[in-house]
Design a protein around this ligand. Structure first.
Ligand SMILES: [Zn+2]
Length: 334
C-alpha cells in the first residue's frame, strides 16, 4: 500500500484534515489542507445509514475459517519477501493457484515497463458464478515492495493478510452456484510502488492493466461493486472509512459490520487512501477499500521488517472476511 492523505478522527463534528506523512516519510504529499469533512452525525454512525434493510432476510451469517486463513498468512510469509521478478514471487503465484484447483481461474500476465526495468506481472482471477446478472469483485494485492527487496520485509499484513483472506473466501464460495451475483476474486500484482516514497505512476500496475482489459471486453459494465481488502490482519483492528471509496457502498459495509456485531472495528476514522480500488473509482465502479492504516502506533509497522505474523490475529481476518461476505449477500438482495 499506497498513499494516504487525510486523517480525521470522527469524534469531531467536523474535522480539520491535515495531510501528513506517517512512517518512513512514506506518503507522497506534504501539503496541508483544511477541509470540512461530511461526518456521520454521531457515534452511532457506523450503524446503517437507513434501517430499511433491517428486516430483510440475507440468509445465514457467513462462515469464515479464521484458523485456516491465518495458516495461509503464515505459509505466504514463509516464502520470504516476494517483490516483482523474484523467485519467491513466483512461488507465491503458484501457491495461490494451487489453492484454486477446480475453480474457474484466469491468469492475466503481462510485462510492466517500470523505471526500474521490465517485470512480469501476474494477476490471478477466480470466478464463482451466480444466477443474477452482474459481478462483484473482491481484490487483494499479493506482492511486496520492490524497494524493500533486500530487507527482511515480508508484508505479513500488507499483502499477506488480505491474500490469505481471499483464499478462505474462495473456500466459502467454491462448489455451488451462488444465489446472487457472480463473484470474482482477484489477487492482483504490482500494487506496490517501485520507489519509496510512493510514486503514483510507478504503482498499481496490475489493477491498471485489469481496468484496460475489462473495459475493452465489457466486463467493467457488469461490475456492481469492487471490494478491496488491504492490511486487514492487525490484531488491533480498525477499518477506516475511506473518502476515495463510494459512500453508499461504505455505508453498506458499515451495515454489514453492524449486523454481525463488528461495528466497533469499523469507521472510527475517515481517511483518503489511494489504493487498488482507485482506478476502478475513476471508471465509475462502486468501490469500498477495507483497510486498517494504523498498523502499530502511528502505523509504525507499515513497510518495515516489523510487519510480521505476530502482529496479526485470526479474529481480525474473520471479522473482515465475514463482513465482506455479508456485504456480498446484502448486495445480492439490493
Ligand atoms: Zn504496501
Amino acid at each position: 500500500m499506497r498513499t494516504k492523505r487525510n486523517a480525521s478522527p470522527r469524534k469531531f463534528g467536523f474535522s480539520l484534515i491535515v495531510s501528513m506523512c506517517l512512517s518512513l516519510g512514506a506518503c507522497a504529499q506534504k501539503t496541508v489542507e483544511a477541509t470540512k469533512t461530511p461526518q456521520p452525525s454521531d457515534q452511532t454512525s457506523a450503524a446503517p445509514a437507513t434501517n430499511s434493510n433491517a428486516s430483510v432476510d440475507y440468509g445465514p451469517a457467513p462462515s469464515f475459517n479464521s484458523a485456516r486463513s491465518m495458516q495461509y498468512v503464515k505459509e505466504i510469509v514463509a516464502f520470504g519477501p516476494r517483490p516483482l521478478g523474484s523467485a519467491n514471487h513466483k512461488k507465491v503465484e503458484d501457491y495461490i493457484v494451487s489453492h484454486l484447483k477446480g475453480d474457474d481461474v484466469e491468469s492475466d500476465v503481462f510485462t510492466a515497463d517500470t523505471p526500474q526495468g521490465k517485470f512480469p506481472v501476474h494477476n490471478i482471477i477466480a470466478k464463482y458464478p451466480g444466477n443474477r446478472d452482474g459481478i462483484i469483485v473482491i481484490a487483494s494485492h499479493y506482492d511486496t515492495n520492490y524497494p524493500l527487496r533486500d530487507t527482511k520485509y515480508v508484508g505479513a499484513n500488507d499483502g499477506g493478510s488480505s491474500s490469505a483472506l481471499l483464499l478462505e473466501i474462495a473456500n466459502q464460495l467454491r462448489g455451488r452456484k451462488r444465489e446472487g451475483y457472480s463473484v470474482w476474486l482477484v489477487w492482483d500484482d504490482a500494487e506496490e510502488s517501485m520507489q519509496l516514497p510512493w510514486v503514483d505512476s510507478e504503482s498499481l500496475y496490475g489493477v491498471n492493466h485489469l481496468v484496460q482489459k475489462w473495459r475493452s471486453d465489457g466486463s467493467l459494465k457488469k461490475f456492481k461493486a469492487f471490494l478491496l481488502a488491504d492490511m486487514v490482519g492487525d490484531a488491533d483492528l480498525n477499518i477506516e472509512r475511506d473518502q476515495d471509496s463510494t459512500p453508499w457502498l461504505e455505508d453498506l459495509v458499515g451495515q454489514a459490520a453492524t449486523r454481525l456485531g463488528h461495528q466497533s472495528h469499523f469507521f472510527a476514522r475517515t481517511i483518503f487512501v489511494k489504493d487498488d480500488h482507485s482506478p476502478f473509482m475513476q471508471e465509475g465502479v462502486p468501490c469500498a477499500d477495507l483497510i486498517d492504516f494504523d498498523y502499530g502506533y502511528g502505523n509504525v509497522f507499515w513497510h518495515t521488517p516489523a510487519d510480521t505474523v505476530d502482529k496479526l490475529s485470526p479474529k481480525s481476518l474473520e471479522i473482515v472476511g465475514s463482513v465482506i461476505l455479508e456485504t456480498v449477500q446484502m448486495l445480492d438482495k439490493k
